[in-house]
Design a protein around this ligand. Structure first.
Ligand SMILES: CC(=O)N[C@H]1[C@@H](OP(=O)(O)O)O[C@H](CO)[C@@H](O)[C@@H]1O
Length: 503
């Protein structure tokens, strides 16, 4: 569906958001992510009229818009307000202007916020539609809201005397807008955290050899960052809706703390707060099939928190998470947050009243977390970073302490090009291939050869490829399994070009 048609059908009289940003491929042009009036992700429109508009000459834009308005039957009398923002990619400005022309041609009003992170634009939309209850719809409002909660929590929680936690975080800004915003945030939180920013966009290219996706997929540090052993590092992605942490140990070995590790840290901490405050809320964790098998085992066996699996894409996780009172949801790539119905429960007294002081302190902290961090309607690298920092400081942990909760199974992702990726259909939250016939059986037979083997295949929703995921007891085996499954996809689902090879 075209951008204007989505606008027509969804926005009516409320404000929505249109964020000009793209996938993680540094070579790609931007597309548009639409944000619904509640501030949630509405639709990612990579191949839409807007993309088309990015390619037409300036003088043609107005006539192009008019033809789209006619083709999509867009009523010109709809009163619509659209907040527009963009990331730092070269194609952003032109696409933003084209989009604004389009909305105006459709009778809507545009407010141009210029450079923002995607979650900041979600925040602006949500604030406006909640008449300010959620916060003030300005950048200052956003920074105040997050930093006030962060500083109060850090004050309240203090820090253990024998703490290993260091007050400096090294941040890879992916050469994107997140680097600029982290710099703006710094003075608000400097009493408790110093952010040492690299890949800030002053020289490098957006997401090129850096950023959360690069670090996660390649399982190595970004270029442009000087690493000291055991120093706590994090990477944002280009529009700052994802974050992963990492460090290198004394032996120079790289350790990734991805979305699964963030989710387990947060869920474990919330569970403690709930126990201390005596609140009996239904806490759950939502992952996708990409979650490492070790994380799922740790959550069920050690944390004893219920786990659900949703289809890839944060909006699927978000909706599944709403089935819990408090739903922690993260994709392994570091995109996620916490949804809650907590506010409804604040006034409920716990069944069994624990120590009154501990009850009120825990309640106060939960409340701060819930109302200041987690009402984010989409993953936000900045608020997730602050949350992780609060928890690590409270436990007195450095990244290695956090990492020791469980060890990831070695894993590998690869892409297979096929004639038509829609020949692969899946079920069971994408963990089983239903078609082509026989493919799942072939995958099962390959998986059975490996210790701790697991693999699945699914068509990407954002790229014209089939994605293969494999994990096993060693990296060599995970690579081999990924290759073998990739070859099965290649031969049974119409592979084109070179056959896959993970190594
Ligand atoms: C394996 C993987 O990382 N998939 C990503 C990617 O989706 P695909 O449908 O796999 O192309 O882009 C999505 C949008 O950014 C993100 O939500 C998702 O996690």
């Amino acid at each position: 569906m075209g951008v204007l048609a989505v606008l027509r059908s969804r926005i009516k009289k409320a404000t929505i958001g249109a964020m000009i940003t793209a996938s993680h491929n540094p070579e790609e042009d931007n597309g548009i992510k639409l944000i619904d009036p509640a501030g949630e992700m509405l639709e990612v429109t990579w191949e839409t009229h807007a993309t088309y508009l990015a390619n037409v000459e300036d003088e043609d834009i107005t006539s192009a818009i008019k033809s789209i308005v006619t083709k999509e039957n867009v009523p010109m009398d709809v009163s619509a307000s659209v907040y527009v923002a963009m990331d730092t990619r070269g194609s952003s400005r032109r696409l933003s202007e084209a989009l604004q022309c389009g909305v105006q041609a459709a009778g809507g009003l545009c407010t141009d916020f210029g450079l923002l992170t995607t979650p900041q634009l979600h925040y602006m939309v949500r604030c406006t539609n909640s008449n300010g209850l959620y916060g003030v719809a300005t950048e200052e409002g956003y920074f105040q809201k997050l930093s006030t909660a962060f500083c109060k929590l850090r004050q309240q929680m203090g820090q253990k005397g024998d703490s290993a936690y260091k007050l400096t975080l090294k941040l890879d800004g992916a050469n994107g807008v997140g680097a600029q915003k982290a710099r703006q945030l710094s003075p608000y939180i400097s009493d408790y955290l110093s952010i040492d920013i690299c890949n800030d966009g002053s020289t490098g290219k957006l997401n090129h050899q850096c950023g959360a996706d690069f670090v996660k997929v390649n399982q190595r540090p970004p270029d442009g960052m000087s690493l000291q052993c055991d120093s706590r590092c994090a990477s944002f992605d280009g529009d700052a809706d994802r974050i992963v942490y990492f460090y290198t140990d004394q032996d120079g070995k790289f350790h990734l703390l991805d979305g699964d590790k963030i989710a387990t840290l947060v869920a474990g901490y919330l569970q403690e707060l709930m126990t201390r405050s005596g609140l009996s809320l239904n806490l759950g964790l939502v992952q996708t099939a990409y979650a490492n098998g070790s994380s799922t085992e740790y959550i069920t066996k050690t944390l004893k928190v219920p786990v659900a699996c949703a289809a890839t894409g944060v909006k699927h996780l978000h909706h599944r998470a709403l089935e819990f009172d408090i739903g922690v949801y993260f994709e392994a790539n570091g995109h996620g947050t916490v949804s809650n119905k907590y506010i409804c429960h604040v006034l409920h007294l716990p069944g069994k009243m624990p120590c009154l002081l501990s009850y009120f302190i825990s309640l106060y902290m939960l409340n701060l977390m819930m109302s200041y961090y987690f009402l984010q309607t989409v993953g936000d690298a900045i608020s997730d970073m602050l949350l992780v920092e609060v928890i690590l400081a409270t436990y007195g942990w450095e990244a290695s302490n956090w990492d020791s909760a469980y060890t990831d199974l070695p894993n590998r992702q690869l892409k297979v090009k096929v004639e038509d990726r829609t020949v692969i259909t899946t079920a069971d939250a994408e963990r089983t291939a239903v078609t082509p016939k026989g493919l799942q059986q072939a995958v099962d037979n390959l998986v059975a050869k490996y210790n701790h083997g697991r693999s699945f295949v699914r068509p990407s929703g954002t790229e014209d490829v089939v994605r293969v995921y494999a994990e096993a007891d060693t990296q060599v085996n995970a690579d081999k399994l990924a290759d073998e499954v990739g070859l099965a996809v290649y031969s049974m689902a119409g592979g084109i070009g070179d056959p896959p090879n993970a190594s």
